[in-house]
Design a protein around this ligand. Structure first.
Ligand code: PCA
Length: 191
């Protein structure tokens, strides 16, 4: 049976009314090959919504690819996620990450980020970044959850930060992210 790539994005938060990551996840939704879902921008709700999406699949996913927007103009591949969340940056429920009291070592993606970076460049993404700091907000929490689930299910997980929609419209981001999706699928299928 063909395995499904789970793609998550986010809805609005803080000053971002138009979050390209949720729109990209929806645009990439093509079951059974790819399932795209929009997660709420809340520390507690995002992992629950990811688990609900995982539970809706017929079996373990091929991989978990999470998308989020960041303020920068680049496409930024996140290498790792920690449990150290930034204080005093409340989510859409008014909860700050440090209130969660999370513990645990950082987790890293098992995917080949150099190949993904080359893929972004070839897709016309300009100068992509590889980052070791996922931002300490809901994206970092979500990535750590994806990496944890990935370990449990023996599948890879990755987080990609995309530029704001007013820097690059979603229609222009989509073909670039499609290339990343195809490369994640290629690497995950290789195992
Ligand atoms: N970006 C935020 C949370 C949701 C999103 O799209 C972040 O970088 O944590």
């Amino acid at each position: 049976m063909e395995r499904t790539l789970l793609i998550t994005g986010f809805g609005p938060f803080e000053g971002v009314d138009d979050n390209p990551s949720g729109q990209l996840a929806q645009a990439l939704h093509a079951p059974p090959r790819r399932v795209g879902v929009e997660l709420p921008v809340t520390f507690r709700g995002a992992p629950v919504a990811m688990d609900a999406a995982l539970a809706s699949l017929a079996g373990p996913p091929l991989a978990i690819l999470s998308l989020g927007v960041h303020p920068g103009a680049s496409f930024r591949l996140e290498q790792r996620a920690t449990t150290a969340l930034r204080p005093a940056r409340p989510d859409n429920d008014g909860v700050s990450g440090d209130a969660l009291g999370l513990v645990g070592a950082p987790l890293e993606t098992a995917l080949d980020l150099e190949a993904l970076e080359a893929c972004l460049r070839a897709a016309g993404a300009g100068e992509p970044e590889v980052s070791a700091d996922a931002g300490g907000y809901v994206c970092e929490r979500t990535y750590r959850h994806g990496l944890e689930r990935g370990l449990e299910l023996a599948v890879p997980a990755l987080f990609l930060h995309v530029p704001p929609a007013d820097v690059l419209p979603v229609t222009s981001q989509l073909p670039i992210v499609e290339r990343v999706v195809a490369e994640v699928e290629r690497q995950a299928a290789r195992g």
